[in-house]
Each structure stands twice: as C-alpha cells, then as structure tokens.
Design a protein around this ligand. Structure first.
Ligand SMILES: *Cc1c(COP(=O)(O)O)cnc(C)c1O
Length: 380
C-alpha cells in the first residue's frame, strides 16, 4: 500500500479545462472570474457577500482588521486550532485569550468564554473543529450580552449546517479556506463571508492594499486615473485561474461531503465497539462537514501508535498542538497548559485518520485493519 495522506485534493479533467480557459484569456488576475466565484459561493451558502482572497489566513487577517479594534483589545479564541486563527489576532496588535474546549466536539466551550470576558474583550473567534459547528446560539447570546463581534473560522466547515442553516450566516464574518486538504481547493485561497455591507466594502479594499477602486473599475476608455488609499492593506488578491478552479470544485462539494460521510460511517462502525477508541460524536442539531476524522485513544500509547501507523504508510496526524505550547506564544505570553485541562487531555489522546473523498475502498479497509492491529499491539 502506498502512503495514504490524511487529506488530499480531488482535481479532475473538467477542473483543469476551466483553469486552462482562463490562462488563455485576457484576465488572469483581478478579472471577472473572481466575482463569478464569489457569486457562486453566495448562492451555495445563501449569504449576501463573499470576498475571495489568496488564503484562509489572509481572510482571517482582513476579517479582524475590518473590526477596527483598539490596539491591545482582547480576542477570545480556542487554542485547539491551526495557528492561523490566533496569528490573525497578533497581526492586528490585539491580544489572544485562549479558553478551554469541550471534549466531545473539541470546539470552544461557551461557558469558558464567559469566564474570560473583561472590559477589554471585543471579539470572539470560534472554530468549527473538524467541520462540526460550535454551539453558535450560546456564543451569539454571550456576544449580544457583552457587545462582542464574532468571527467564525469555518476553514473545516464549508457545507456544514447549524439548525438547518448553512455555516456562513451566523457570525459577523465567516472565513473559509481552499487549501488542498480542505473540502474544495483553489491551490491556496480563502474567502470572507458576511451579510454586512459596510464590512463587505472594507474587505474588498483590504484585499487590494486598501485602495478604493479595483483594476476592473479602472479599466477602459471612459474611466479616469484617480483612486484613493483608504486603509493600510496588503496584496491578498487571488488569481482568476484559481477562481475558475474554485467554481468548478464548488459544483462537486456536496458529492465530496457525501463521500466523506460514507467513509466516516465505515470508520465509526469499525471502531465504536473497541473499548480503546472514542469515535467522534455529532450533536443532533448540526450537519457535520467532516473535514477530518479524529479518534481519542484510551489506555493506548498514542505516540507509539502514531509511529507504527506511519511506518505502515498511513498518514495519521495530530490536530492540533495547542497553540499556547508553541515557542513564539510562550515567549510572548504566559499561558499555562494547566489552565486548559480538556485541551491537554484531548491533545494527549487524539489521532487524525486519513479522510478524503478520493480514498479508495481498499485504502479504507487497509486503514481500518491497521488501526485494529496496531491498537492490539500497543494497548496497555
Ligand atoms: C486551513 C486553516 C486555516 C488557514 O487556511 P489557509 O488557507 O491554509 O491559510 C485557518 N484556520 C484553520 C482552522 C484551518 O484549518
């Protein structure tokens, strides 16, 4: 069996054709495909505005910048996420405040948010871990009580639903990522989604240096040379050939999610009877998007399990190393791992198994059999 990664894109000939068409056209960046991609996402999500950028990280950065919070304001978030989530807080001279998670979903615990609110708290960034939506109603209630902005890092959760409504319609701004391990890809890429027109106008400028007119606005025989710089932005633009790939990939998203779910069902059926394994749970009021499949191992040496699985060509992973453990965060803040007992417990037991729609049935069977075999070898 060749090495099976934990996640992988699925690009077909139709996707490639769409990219090639754009490469042969006049506009390879700042052209019409960007808006077409944004409109397609608006229709899929059922939201008003989408701004496409060159990565999920850039999307997080401009979403935070759009809030225009005073330097040093506190932003509450989860430590059990990819570093980009809280780095976006740092880029904007704000202070990340981590709070503990819930064991079952690995999502931020709303009760813990409440405990960490101070006069300086201005926003919460919550992450729909693995594609399982957070307890959004509870988080919104807290935000309303304390006048906080909400940003949803839904990098794992495109296509997911909370109480029958698509993710992208809850927070002030929601971000998605189109990195190849995510549900659909543009190579690198991301979007900010919002129903707020003011935020939308600002986000569009922030992806283009902070300039108030786009290249299309300034193109043609009847337009003048003038433009203004309204904010200090960066160049976070995505290209038209990436947008074309995104449009083509989006058409397959529901099918990709369906296949992911099918694999999850096979994994659950294989592992839920094993006393050493805790399979992921799904709350009854959500539709899970299944970006990753993670298990918790009890009475099993996780690191030994991990290395034996890797030796057997299975690309197991650990999502995530809690952010407060990284050197950069330790040097700049004094977070104490003891303040995050659930995060620490989950981190010590968790393993991500391969999950992507292009997985073959025989690869799934190989993963299942190898997990069982390896657990039997290393359980205590
Ligand atoms: C992938 C990811 C990001 C960043 O997305 P990029 O497109 O890789 O920049 C941010 N947050 C989370 C939780 C992610 O998984």
């Amino acid at each position: 069996m060749k090495f099976i990664p934990y996640g992988h894109q699925w690009i077909d000939e139709e996707d490639i054709e769409e990219v090639i068409k754009v490469l042969r056209s006049d506009w390879i960046t700042t052209g019409p495909k960007i808006e077409e991609f944004e409109n397609a996402l608006c229709r899929y999500i059922g939201c008003k505005y989408v701004v496409a950028v060159n990565s999920g990280t850039s999307a997080l950065d401009i979403a935070v910048q759009t809030l225009n919070l005073p330097a040093g304001s506190e932003v509450i978030t989860t430590p059990f996420t990819f570093v980009a989530t809280s780095n976006a807080v740092l880029y904007n001279n704000l202070k990340p405040i981590f709070v503990d998670i819930e064991k079952e979903t690995r999502n931020i615990n709303p009760e813990e948010i409440r405990k960490k609110i101070t006069d300086k708290t201005k926003a919460v960034i919550y992450v729909d871990y693995a594609g399982h939506p957070c307890d959004i109603e509870e988080i919104k209630e807290i935000a309303e009580e304390h006048d906080l902005y909400l940003i949803e890092d839904a990098s794992h959760a495109i296509g997911a639903e909370y109480k029958s409504k698509k993710i992208g319609n809850f927070a002030d701004m929601t971000i998605f990522s189109f990195h190849p391990v995510k549900h659909i890809t543009t190579g690198e890429g991301g979007v900010v989604v919002t129903n707020n027109k003011e935020f939308y106008e600002k986000l569009k400028m922030l992806r283009n240096h902070g300039i108030d007119k786009s290249a299309l606005d300034r193109f043609g025989p009847k337009v003048g040379w003038a433009y203004d710089l309204k904010f200090l932005g960066r160049n976070y633009r995505i290209t038209d050939f990436q947008a074309a790939l995104g449009i083509s990939q989006l058409k397959k998203l529901d099918e990709f999610i369906r296949r992911r779910k099918e694999i999850v069902k096979m994994y659950n059926e294989a592992f839920e009877t094993m006393p050493e394994v805790e399979v992921p749970t799904v709350k009854p009021y959500v539709k899970h998007a299944w970006h990753i499949y993670t298990i918790l191992l009890n009475d099993v040496n996780r690191d030994e399990f991990f290395s034996r699985m890797r030796e057997r060509n299975i690309g197991v992973n650990v999502h995530y190393i809690p952010i407060y453990r990284f050197s950069y965060y330790q040097q700049h803040f004094n977070f104490n791992p003891k303040d995050f007992p659930v995060t620490e417990e989950v981190f010590s037991k968790i393993v991500t198994l391969p999950l992507f729609p292009k997985m073959e049935d025989e690869e799934i069977t190989y993963v299942i059999n190898t997990v069982k075999e390896t657990i039997n070898e290393v359980k205590s």
